[in-house]
Design a binder for this molecule. Structure first.
Ligand code: MN
Ligand code: MN
Length: 315
């Protein structure tokens, strides 16, 4: 069960209203790396977890993330409090009110649609979605994803800290940022407390493909490092050898029953290209200057984009 404590996890002291900053902070309220996404990610993982230690960890952190949601939502509410009151009471002249709610970012949407309360959107007004939660139900997979999620949340907090000079907000955001560092450490420990945590899942990889590095992008800029060279790797630089890596001919085939095969052949015949044809098309008939070569005629072209603009002006 959940219980609610009326005290926040960190004291919120906001110096003055600032709807534009409020709209940026919504990134950590209803954005992909925000607190609701974090809480839902760990909550869903915790409910499905069989291991008692990880279940406990996930539900502890899920619950703490809800407390963070409360802190960031409270900051947003404080930052919007002035404009919320002005808008609700229509206490300002229309023009002044118009200026106040259009102070930047997504602040007009927050004011008009959500009345200045914290909205479950990101900083651009995109509604929160469960698609932000990428739980797979495999502990090593999910823990790796959680580690990445915590590091993303840390970086977003860091950027938000860098754009505000309100000392109370800086302090609260510094707390939230630091808690994500602590969570990342717990998730790393939990991952490495699983023996054989790599690869994820149960099926082992196929040995002859597991150590192969395919140098698929070649040319100037090819760099060698421990990720693609050395004892651990069988490098393929000759890309002919990469197709097909199973040693087969690299074609795709499917077995069809006789009737289906006939229909598929009919479709291929009906839509076949005639490589010997040179049909006259609408492009040929309507060709004007700049069309280049069309059937039987060269309509020329511009030397460059400036020349093209000149040609267009002359038409
Ligand atoms: Mn958090
Ligand atoms: Mn966290």
């Amino acid at each position: 069960m959940f219980m609610h404590n009326k005290r926040l996890q960190y004291t919120v002291r906001v110096a003055e209203p600032n709807p534009a900053l409020a709209s940026l902070l919504l990134e950590q309220f209803g954005g992909p790396d925000g607190e609701l996404a974090a809480a839902m990610r760990y909550f869903t993982q915790g409910l499905g977890e069989l291991d008692p230690g990880r279940k406990d960890l996930l539900l502890d952190i899920a619950t703490e993330e809800l407390s963070h949601l409360e802190v960031i939502g409270s900051i947003v509410a404080m930052l919007n409090q002035g404009v919320k009151a002005q808008l609700s009471e229509a206490a300002m002249e229309e023009a002044d009110l118009y200026m106040a709610i259009n102070s930047g970012g997504n602040s007009h949407t927050q004011s008009l649609l959500y009345g200045g309360g914290p909205a479950l959107t990101n900083s651009s007004g995109v509604p929160w979605t469960a698609a932000y939660v990428d739980t797979k139900g495999d502990p090593t997979c999910d823990l790796r994803s959680n580690i990445a999620a915590e590091s993303r949340a840390k970086v977003v907090y860091e950027r938000l800290i860098n754009i505000t000079d309100d000392p109370g907000i800086k302090e609260a955001l510094g707390f939230l940022m630091t808690r994500e560092i602590a969570h990342q450490k717990s998730f790393e420990k939990a991952l490495y407390a699983i023996e054989n945590n790599f690869p994820s899942g149960k099926l082992p990889g196929i040995e002859r493909f597991a150590n192969v590095y395919v140098n698929s992008s070649q040319g100037d800029g090819d760099v060698e490092g421990p990720w693609n060279s050395g004892d651990q790797w069988d490098r393929i630089d000759d890309l002919d050898k990469a197709a097909a890596m199973d040693g087969g001919d690299g074609t795709a085939a499917v077995k069809l029953d006789k009737a289906t095969k006939t229909v598929a052949d009919n479709l291929a015949t009906r839509t076949a290209s005639d490589t010997g044809a040179d049909p006259q098309t609408g492009a040929d008939l309507g060709a004007g200057p700049g069309a280049g070569l069309v059937s039987g005629d060269d309509k020329g072209g511009a030397k460059d984009i400036k020349d093209a603009a000149k040609m267009a002006d002359a038409m």
